[in-house]
Design a protein around this ligand. Structure first.
Ligand code: KG4
Ligand code: ZN
Length: 330
């Protein structure tokens, strides 16, 4: 079979990313221009600033991705781009650029859901992984428990009713004085502490999640006791949040009688979560997959991989494609 080269474009939040992936699994280049240092001083992503920086970076990042992959634009088989969910202005930059490239080389424009992209990061790290499997997507904007029935067929089993888990990490980090994005900093500080502070856990009837209770409890505790041990607070937050994630995941695994669990999204880079979910895999006798660290957070290789499987299914958009900020997975 002829090799298929997909150019992926990701601009849904604060990373301008372009990548070339061969046959959905082999990364030839994965260029990421992060805006973290720009948004850091505001304590979070400023949408207008994100859009403007995407405009400035997109051509340069694309040229770099093609050069690193040692491929000409004309040899690309499809252009895949994230068209939602995300910040509308940020998404529009990638969508517009992808349309222009697709028109210029007369190759299909493949629309990709950002969450499907996060799931696909696992296909790159594990070339033999195939659906069906259960996927827990934990990122800054999403907390979804999804049955991946096929490469382009998803069933949402549960999701957060309020804050995404990454959002809770970032807010907790902010109040204890750690810079945006706080997730990786909490990960580090928690290693020096003990999970000795009791925090509320929320369990719903179904497989949905809720993280606003634990987040508010941490904010209040810190406010009332400014001298509280921050490392212990981080360790307690991680442990309690992880218990909630594991509880629902375990329930879903038992209901579905499924043998494979994958994690995805920025928070799946968390070292404590990776340890706990590895333990869960051993306890239940199932295989657990995590994307390599560089593919957990936003990147375009995952978009190119998801785009490849949509391309094989003949999924393509025309030049009327628009950004859909609240795009659903199902
Ligand atoms: O997947 P992602 O890059 O963007 C979204 O699609 O939202 O996820 C970003 C989130 C941020 O909330 C960040 O704090 C969190 O992932 N994150 C982590 C870690 N690395 C990134 N959270 C906990 N531990 C980490 N090591
Ligand atoms: Zn993401």
């Amino acid at each position: 079979m002829k090799d298929i080269y997909v150019l992926g474009i990701e601009t849904s939040c604060d990373e301008t990313a372009v990548s070339v992936v061969k046959n959905g699994r082999e990364v030839l280049s994965n260029v990421i221009n992060s805006q973290i240092s720009i948004h850091e001083k505001f304590g979070g992503v400023v949408p207008e600033i994100a859009s403007r920086n995407h405009v400035e970076a997109i051509s340069i990042v694309t040229k770099k991705a093609l050069a690193e992959a040692k491929i000409f634009l004309d040899d690309i088989d499809a252009i895949a781009c994230t068209y939602g969910p995300g910040l509308v202005g940020a998404l529009l930059v990638g969508v517009s650029y992808a349309k222009a490239l697709s028109y210029a080389i007369q190759k299909p424009l493949v629309p990709v859901n950002h969450i499907a992209g996060h799931i696909a990061a696992n296909y790159i790290t594990f070339p033999k992984l195939t659906p069906p499997f259960l996927c827990l997507i934990i990122s800054g904007g999403h907390t979804h428990l999804v049955k991946v029935k096929a490469y382009t067929d998803f069933e949402i089993l549960g999701k957060t009713k309020d804050d995404a888990i990454g959002e809770a990490f970032d807010k907790v980090a902010r109040v204890i004085g750690l810079e945006y994005p706080g997730g990786p900093k909490i990960d580090k500080l928690a290693k020096e502490g003990k999970a000795n502070i009791e925090l509320p856990q929320t369990y719903l009837e179904n497989l949905d999640f809720s993280f606003s209770g634990i987040k508010t409890a941490v904010l209040n505790l810190n406010h009332k006791n400014p001298n509280i041990n921050k490392a212990d607070l981080c360790a307690s937050f991680e442990t309690t949040a992880c218990n909630m994630l594991i509880y629902n995941t375990k329930k879903a695994i038992k209901n579905l009688k499924i043998q494979k669990l994958a994690l995805a999204g920025g928070v799946s880079a968390n070292s404590f979560f990776r340890k706990e979910f590895t333990k869960l895999g051993k306890e239940l006798g199932i295989d657990v997959y995590f994307p390599e660290l560089s593919l957990c957070t936003d990147n375009a290789a995952m978009i190119a991989s998801a785009g490849y499987y949509s391309y094989l299914k003949g999924i393509a958009a025309d030049l009327n494609l628009n950004a859909v900020p609240n795009l659903k997975l199902e």
